[in-house]
Design a protein around this ligand. Structure first.
Ligand SMILES: Cc1ncc(COP(=O)(O)O)c(C=O)c1O
Length: 388
């Protein structure tokens, strides 16, 4: 049986009542467009087709609407280039299922998205970690790995990376595509935060910079509509897409017709661009509140300043162990985060932590960070001189 012992994602979603949680990357329900979705579901629930089987690649009108959205974002795709998935998570799983056999090399960013590791683990790959810099993956480190090891897949979140918030620069995107070509590697580009940009201009996706069809691009409605819908999508070159569609059929036959059709109605009737603009304003305010609060942390704690997405990443002195703190000082302070140990396949790095500003109520951000600040100040103060 495959190795599946990684801490469950659901662990992130169950803080006690008193705790202010910066752990689970949940979107804020205050910005779920519930009324418009309810109306869309009610109208689709009148039809037979919403309750019927259809096909594995997903509801064609929804794929056409997605293709338009993606074209507006510079990705040149048609409806027939898309597969609807159960969230981006299924896109990761299907790609891993298609390409990874036990022992095969997969490059991940260090730190990376915990759920991707949970998906990859089932296929028992050999992991290679590449550090994330403020402008994305360290490509020198990547090249060293590619020179000396056989790698099948490079997994990256180039836009507002989970967990650091980093955006890969254009120069690195271009260089990454060249490296993938040179070493014949597939890139799995996971982009669920791409439309949640709070400042600056969008950079092209890796997919749109790729001349030879080696990028699988994942998208999702989870952060921009609601994760309970469990709808995402992927696009890939025909050869890969065909195989991924066949695997999707084997995994769950198809995504829910009722949900796909209802989203399609929602997109046709609601003002989706306006909804996105509202989300950006809403989460920008929370991001700003988080950054303002973090300014009071002890200077030994560094933090990233994301321009989009859901996450800020803390780095402390190398001896600091956020996993241990989570069980002790942070638990006593009733504040939760994701320790970095869980975000590296090697579990080797303990002095980092992921915080989300999306999930907590705006009014809880400053008090929650104040709790974190008190706990960290105490720990840094108490540390034996040998570690200073
Ligand atoms: C980088 C990344 N990929 C994929 C997912 C899974 O998203 P979905 O709900 O679309 O499956 C998440 C969710 O947090 C994520 O952060």
């Amino acid at each position: 049986m495959a190795r599946v012992e990684r801490a469950g994602l659901t662990d992130l979603f169950a803080p006690d009542e008193q705790t202010i949680s910066f752990a689970g990357g949940l979107p804020d329900p205050a910005v779920f467009p519930k009324a418009a979705l309810q109306a869309a579901f009610a109208s689709r629930a009148q039809t037979d087709s919403a309750f019927q089987y259809a096909n594995s690649d997903g509801y064609a009108p929804l794929r056409a609407q997605l293709a338009k959205l993606m074209q507006a974002d510079g990705v040149s795709v048609n409806a027939s280039d898309l597969l609807i998935t159960q969230g981006a998570q299924q896109g990761i799983d299907l790609t891993a299922r298609l390409l990874l056999n036990p022992g095969d090399g997969v490059v991940v960013e260090g730190p990376t998205y915990l759920g991707a590791l949970a998906a990859f683990d089932a296929y028992e790959p050999t992991y290679y970690e590449v550090p994330v810099e403020p402008d994305g993956m360290d490509l020198h480190a990547l090249q060293k790995i590619l020179l000396t090891h056989s790698v099948k897949v490079i997994y990256t979140v180039p836009d507002f990376q989970n967990p650091t918030g980093a955006v890969m620069s254009l120069a690195k995107r271009q260089a990454l595509i060249r490296l993938a070509h040179q070493y014949d590697v597939v890139i799995l580009e996971d982009a669920p935060y791409r439309l949640l940009r709070y400042e600056g201009d969008a950079l092209p996706t890796l997919h749109s910079l790729d001349p030879d069809g080696r990028v699988v691009l994942l998208g999702s409605f989870s952060k921009i509509l609601s994760p309970g819908l469990r709808i995402g999508w992927l696009t890939a070159a025909p050869r890969l897409l065909q195989a991924l569609t066949a695997l999707k059929g084997g995994a769950d036959v198809e995504s829910s017709a009722l949900v796909m059709q209802s989203i399609s109605t929602y997109l046709a009737s609601a003002d989706f661009p306006q909804h996105l603009a509202k989300l950006r304003n809403y989460y920008r305010t929370k991001r700003d509140a988080m950054l303002t609060a973090l300014a009071s942390l002890p200077p030994a704690i560094h933090y990233t300043r994301p321009t989009g997405g859901f996450f800020v990443y803390l780095t402390g002195p190398s001896w600091l162990d956020f996993s241990a703190l989570q069980q002790t000082e942070l638990a006593e302070a009733h504040v939760a985060l994701v320790p970095s140990k869980n975000l590296y396949p090697s579990h080797a790095i303990t002095n980092g932590a992921r915080l989300t500003f999306a999930a907590p109520a705006l009014a809880d951000i400053a008090p929650g960070i104040a709790r974190l600040n008190r706990a960290l100040t105490q720990v840094l103060h108490e540390v034996p001189a040998v570690n200073k």
